[in-house]
Design a protein around this ligand. Structure first.
Ligand code: FMN
Length: 381
């Protein structure tokens, strides 16, 4: 049994404080409402109350407070743009939410077709003509008919969220960060370090060992043929279609892998993902292709967590490239070989991405054989 919750009637307690505390438990998106007032001045305010009202006709709305100095100017203008903010917009959002500051001083802005400025890279935006303003208590409901709408280019990451009085970001539910399981994986690496070192020396290339931890794939160890080729850090989202080696023999993980991808790129092509998994199973290991993508991937996976929003664009490209029609390509940039645990689940992957541009895919396929043998040794208890 958990701790008992707390409840108060409106008469028992400070109304405003308790009201805000309780409502603070309700997470909202963060939307910027902008317009150009009748004098031609741009105006903007941040709201957590943006909502879709109707699909046919297309209506959206929000609840401006009675005290708002900005809303009457928007109402007089008769139209607004609602822009859904991403986690990359936090600084811009804070600047707009400040009273009396220059609300357009931070971040990049673009002017939409309706002539209204909106934050560049808004995740979604709606141009609307105000059709109705209804006074409700100390707020109003402002409803607008949508005249144009669209989505952004993925540069601003995942949605910015507001909860318990602070900003945060969206994270997909993780199911895999089990300390005991992580310890088992580290033990496999420790016991197999001799095998990994011998493998790296034999093939003359760096090998990385990766595992799934929560919603990320993390490099947990590896081996290098020479000290001059040190191991590189790597953390990237555990999201389809990348990292198929962790899913192809492990059906339990498929839902998380697919959901994470949907949260990153917005939509998931289940047929394409199914075919990626099928090919990984048939081959016995995963492959990645395309040196341009590989270089950007390396930069992001080894970079700071602040850059993680940029994975969105990379994943969109990966997802687009993972078409069921695509066969095995001419340019292999990385291979990922499964290391099975005693129960048959994939505990780790041996990753070889020390592949030069211009090397024949046949070389990578031959090296995969070496990695598969080493992975077999690591799998033995
Ligand atoms: C996360 C967040 C959500 C907000 N939601 C609303 C809202 O739904 N309605 C509203 O009138 N103000 C909301 N505000 C406050 C406005 O951003 C702004 O501070 C308020 O409109 C006062 O400025 P003004 O007098 O220029 O309108 C919110 C602020 C933040 C930070």
């Amino acid at each position: 049994m958990g701790l008992p919750g707390r409840g108060h009637s409106m008469t028992e307690t400070n109304k405003t404080g308790w009201w805000k505390t309780v409502l603070g438990e309700f997470p909202t998106g963060v939307t910027l409402i902008s317009s150009v007032d009748v004098r031609g001045e741009p105006v903007a305010m941040v709201v957590g109350t943006f909502t879709a009202v109707s699909q046919d006709p297309p209506l959206v709305g929000f609840f401006p407070g009675r005290e708002s100095g900005t809303f009457p100017r928007i109402a007089d203008a008769g139209r607004f743009t609602a822009s859904v903010l991403g986690d990359g917009h936090e600084e811009l959002c804070r600047a707009v939410a400040k009273k009396d500051a220059d609300r357009f001083a931070k971040g990049a802005w673009v002017t939409g077709e309706a002539g209204i400025p909106r934050p560049a890279g808004a995740l979604a935006w709606f141009d609307a003509d105000i059709t109705q303003v209804t006074s409700l208590g100390d707020h109003s409901l402002a409803v607008g008919k949508v005249t144009a709408f669209g989505v952004g280019n993925g540069d601003s990451g995942l949605p910015l969220l507001f909860l318990r009085g602070g900003y945060g970001r969206f994270a997909a539910p993780g199911t895999d960060l089990d300390p005991a399981r992580l310890a088992r994986r580290l033990a496999i690496i420790e016991n197999g370090q001799g095998t990994l070192d011998a493998l790296a020396r034999r093939i003359g290339r760096r090998v990385r060992v990766s595992g799934v931890a929560g919603d990320s794939v993390v490099a947990l160890g590896g081996a290098s043929p020479r000290p001059a080729k040190p191991l590189r850090a790597a953390v990237f989202p555990f999201a389809a279609p990348f990292g198929s080696v962790f899913v192809a023999w492990d059906d339990e993980r498929r839902r998380t892998w697919t959901e994470n991808s949907r949260h990153l790129v917005g939509a998931v092509d289940r047929a394409a993902i199914g075919s990626v998994l099928e090919r990984t199973r048939a081959r016995g290991y995963g492959i990645s292709t395309g040196f341009g993508i590989a270089r950007r991937f390396e930069g992001l996976a080894g970079g700071s967590t602040a850059a993680r929003g940029s994975f969105v664009n990379l994943w969109r490209e990966l997802a687009a490239a993972a078409s069921p029609a695509a066969g095995d390509p001419a340019e292999i940039t990385s291979i990922q070989v499964p290391v099975f645990g005693p129960a048959g689940s994939v505990e780790l992957a041996l990753v070889l991405d020390d592949i030069r541009r211009g090397e024949s895919p046949a070389v990578a396929v031959q090296l995969a054989g070496e990695l598969l043998r080493a992975a077999g040794e690591l799998s033995r208890p």
